[in-house]
Design a protein around this ligand. Structure first.
Ligand SMILES: [Zn+2]
Length: 283
């Protein structure tokens, strides 16, 4: 892979949830590709105020843990490889902002970012931190009351999901005051991310297709490619005869299109690759 990057780089990079598991944010899927938990879908979120109340109650608790997550060695290696010229633009399916916090530039967040909230009624935008502060004011004692009350008896912090969601009992959810839009007062605030069943904005898809068309190599990190929103770029690259390198644990939907495949943990693998490049540069 180092040889390929040296001769053909900088590669376009596509990253998935596996990139952040070493930061303590678990994947929705296990290494066998099966779904471990079902996230709230776009259709559920938009269908009812009760569902949005459930989402925000869980997300209010999950946010603290989510924002405490730090970039891992894999994220830092991506930054090093980008600075060494091996990696170019990074398209991520993650909404955790950890690539940027690790210093990686040219990041496109395919599924948006949890840092921003948008009103589905009037389009007003707000920082998530502001919405979090509103929820804290409107729900004094909520976090303390629900801690230790998750269904399996474990700490809430162990229940965090990739989108910042957590598991909460129904009675706790019903007591929660969900946030409202500061402009139109509707209860239709939504994190500005693409939920399962939602669609990526067309201009963002077009940008990523253009990046794929121009890429000398596509490197996929930590994704089983089960979701079409990422897999379509692999298919596009394959159609153009662009070499595709995949580093992830377990099988992927793109195995047939993949040129080189490394079934290994990302942190140690990317660190070794970054070390190889730093040696080459100083040699
Ligand atoms: Zn509004």
């Amino acid at each position: 892979m180092a040889d390929l990057l040296r001769h053909r780089g900088p590669a376009l990079v596509l990253t998935g949830a596996g990139m952040s598991t070493e930061s303590g944010i678990p994947d929705y899927r296990g290494p066998d590709g099966s779904r471990r938990v079902t996230p709230m879908s776009h259709q559920e979120f938009t269908a009812s105020g009760d569902n949005r109340q459930r989402y925000w109650a869980r997300s209010f608790i999950g946010w603290q843990r989510f924002t405490a997550a730090e970039p891992n060695v894999g994220h830092r290696a991506v930054t090093a490889l980008q600075r060494a010229g091996a990696f170019g633009h990074v398209i991520t399916q993650n909404v955790d902002g950890l690539h940027q916090r690790a210093g990686t530039g040219d990041v496109t967040e395919l599924h948006g970012s949890l840092e921003e909230v948008v009103c589905l009624t009037c389009g007003e935008r707000a920082d998530r931190d502001l919405v979090q502060a509103f929820m804290a004011d409107a729900n004094p004692g909520f976090a303390t009351a629900v801690l230790g009350h998750v269904p399996d008896g474990s700490q809430v912090s162990s229940q965090i999901r990739p989108d910042g969601d957590i598991v909460l009992p129904d009675e706790a959810v019903r007591a929660f005051t969900a946030p409202r839009c500061l402009v139109c007062r509707a209860d239709t605030l939504k994190p500005d991310v693409v939920f399962f069943g939602g669609s990526v904005p067309k201009e963002r898809v077009d940008l990523c297709f253009a990046l794929t068309d121009a890429a000398p190599i596509l490197v996929v990190l930590g994704s089983s490619l089960k979701v079409m929103s990422g897999y379509r770029f692999v298919r596009r690259a394959a159609a153009h005869g662009i070499p595709i390198v995949v580093i992830t644990k377990g099988p992927t939907r793109g195995d047939a299109e993949t040129t080189h495949r490394i079934d290994a943990p990302l942190g140690v693998t990317l660190s070794a690759l970054a070390a190889d490049f730093s040696h080459a540069q100083t040699a």
